[in-house]
Write a protein that binds this ligand. Structure first.
Ligand SMILES: Nc1ccn([C@H]2C[C@H](O)[C@@H](COP(=O)(O)O)O2)c(=O)n1
Length: 205
C-alpha cells in the first residue's frame, strides 16, 4: 500500500477547542443548579495539568450546604462554593503551573485571579465575560494587567462539539490491507501453542 494515498482526518478538534471542551465537560459535574463552570489548565506542551469545576469543598456535603442565592451570608452558596478555577489549580498533577494557560467558561473573579497569578499561570482564555460590569471582574482584570497575565476570549471554530458514544462504529472501522479482521485473529490465536512463562509469576512485564 502506498502510504501517500492515506489522508489524515481533517475534522479533528484543534487544541483550543479540545481544552475548552474539556472545561465544559468538567462543568457538567457541577451540582450548582444555576451556573456550571469548568476550568482546564494546560502547559506549554499542550498537556492538561489540572481540571476543576465549581462545587462544595471536600467533606462539605452538597446535599447539606445551600445551593440558593441569598443576601444572608450564611445561607448563600457564594460563601461556600469553591470556584472552578480554584479547584483546577488545586487539582494540578504537576509541581508547578508556571507559564500555563487556563481555559475557563466564565471570566475569573478577583479571588480566583489572585490564585491564578500566584500559581504562575500566564494566560486565561474564557468563553463568557457576562459579569464584566461587576467590581470582582474589574478588579480581576486590574490585577491580571499589572501581574502580566494575559486574557482573551475564546472564539470557537465549531459552535457545538457533541459527544456521542455511538458515533464511532468500532466494528466497522476501515482496516489497513494487512490488518487481520476478528475472524482471522481468532483462527490465528487458536492455532498458537499455549505460552509457558517460567520464573517469577509476579514479574512486572
Ligand atoms: N469565574 C467563576 C464564576 C463563578 N463560578 C461559580 C460560583 C458559583 O457556583 C456559580 C455562580 O453562581 P451564580 O451567581 O451565577 O448563580 O459559578 C465559578 O466557578 N467561576
Amino acid at each position: 500500500m502506498n502510504v501517500n494515498q492515506v489522508i489524515k482526518r481533517t475534522n479533528y478538534l484543534d487544541w483550543p477547542e479540545y481544552f475548552m471542551a474539556t472545561a465544559f465537560l468538567a462543568a457538567m459535574r457541577s451540582k450548582d443548579p444555576i451556573t456550571q463552570v469548568g476550568a482546564c489548565i494546560v502547559n506549554g506542551k499542550n498537556i492538561i495539568v489540572g481540571i476543576g469545576y465549581n462545587g462544595m469543598p471536600n467533606g462539605c456535603s452538597d446535599d447539606k450546604f445551600p445551593w440558593q442565592k441569598s443576601k444572608d451570608k450564611l445561607t448563600t452558596k457564594h460563601t461556600y462554593v469553591c470556584h472552578a478555577e480554584l479547584n483546577a489549580v488545586l487539582n494540578k498533577n504537576c509541581t508547578d503551573l508556571y507559564g500555563c494557560t487556563m481555559y475557563v467558561g466564565l471570566f475569573p473573579c478577583n479571588e480566583c485571579a489572585k490564585v491564578i497569578i500566584q500559581s504562575g499561570i500566564k494566560k486565561v482564555v474564557y468563553l463568557s465575560d457576562k459579569h464584566s460590569y461587576k467590581a470582582e471582574t474589574i478588579a480581576a482584570k486590574k490585577m491580571f494587567d499589572v501581574a502580566g497575565v494575559t486574557y482573551e476570549p475564546f472564539s470557537p471554530k465549531n459552535k457545538k462539539i457533541v459527544i456521542d458514544f455511538e458515533e464511532i462504529d468500532w466494528n466497522n472501522m476501515q482496516q489497513c490491507d494487512f490488518s487481520p479482521n476478528k475472524d482471522e485473529v481468532d483462527v490465528l490465536e487458536n492455532s498458537l501453542e499455549p505460552l509457558h512463562i517460567s520464573g517469577d509469576s509476579n514479574a512486572n512485564q
